[in-house]
Write a protein of this length. Structure first.
Length: 283
């Protein structure tokens, strides 16, 4: 008998379910929708299914080759209609980003404040989490290297590149592994942020690093980790991506540029600095 689902929610792309002991995420199929101007379209996020399997493989690799605290993978697979799922153990705790509005987490009689936000707890939690990332996570990930990008032949594009809406990436269906003579690609989480760190409510120490959908072997620095868990810095990594494209994705960019029909639009974006000048990348 399946365990009782105690809580669930969904986005346009993924369904989430919680039982007493497990967490499950399942990718959703595309669906018909209408824009504000009445134009019909089909909502579907590229690599929406593949990212689920990518996370499962990342968890398997990490559990075998590191001591980084991560959710234990219970199951993963593909439904007959193409949707993919993974099941992990449920991590009891609180997301780092939620501590800001959780009040003081100290026991009764030892609380720093009765206000909605306890800056002492927030500061301690963020300090502990940043130390965990810099001293525990990053050194272990840096020791994992590969000759090929991605995981097992699949390459998840970086979080900061919105391929569905960014010119000239629309329509791209795959990223290549780009093998190197030696193992120089390093393993990266790909989405290090406060919302992906589970904390212990009592000790304010990290319990687990979650959400490894963007993980894989990539050129060092491709994740654009800003060195902080500040939300503003996190969102800024998706801005001014022209230099990052030139440094980390030149081959794919040149292919997409060559295949994009509206060259005048591309030339305008090059002049604005939004995308790299292809002539400079070919030198």
């Amino acid at each position: 008998m399946p365990a009782e689902v105690l809580a669930s929610y969904e986005t346009n792309d993924v369904e989430y379910e919680f039982t007493a002991t497990t967490f499950k995420k399942t990718s959703k199929l595309g669906f018909a929708d209408t824009r504000l101007d009445g134009t019909p379209f089909v909502w579907f996020r590229s690599w929406n299914h593949e990212r689920i399997t990518n996370e499962a493989k990342a968890l398997e690799l990490l559990s075998e080759r590191t001591t980084i605290p991560i959710p234990r993978l219970v199951d993963h697979g593909i439904h007959s209609d193409g949707r993919r799922y993974l099941v992990t153990e449920k991590i009891d705790g609180i997301q780092l980003c939620d501590i800001t509005d959780a009040g003081c987490l100290q026991p009764e009689g030892q609380r720093h404040t009765e206000a909605k936000s306890c800056q002492t707890c927030v500061g301690q939690a963020y300090s502990n989490a940043l130390r965990f990332i810099t001293e525990n996570v990053l050194p272990q990930l840096a020791s994992l290297k590969s000759r090929e990008r991605g995981i097992d032949g699949f390459v998840m594009p970086p979080r900061w590149l919105s391929t569905d809406v960014t010119v000239p990436w629309q329509g791209k269906t795959a990223f290549r592994t780009l093998p190197l003579p030696t193992a120089e690609y390093v393993f990266q989480h790909g989405d290090l942020a406060a919302h992906n760190i589970m904390m212990d409510r009592e000790t304010l120490q990290v319990k687990a690093l979650i959400d490894w959908e963007y993980a894989g072997f990539y050129p060092a620095g491709m994740d654009r980790w800003p060195g902080t868990l500040d939300d503003d810095a996190y969102y800024k990594t998706a801005e001014n991506i022209g230099p990052a494209i030139a440094e980390f994705l030149p081959q794919e960019y040149l292919e997409c540029y060559g295949n994009f029909a509206d060259k005048k639009q591309l030339e305008q974006r090059v002049r604005s600095g939004a995308i790299p000048d292809p002539a400079k990348l070919k030198k």
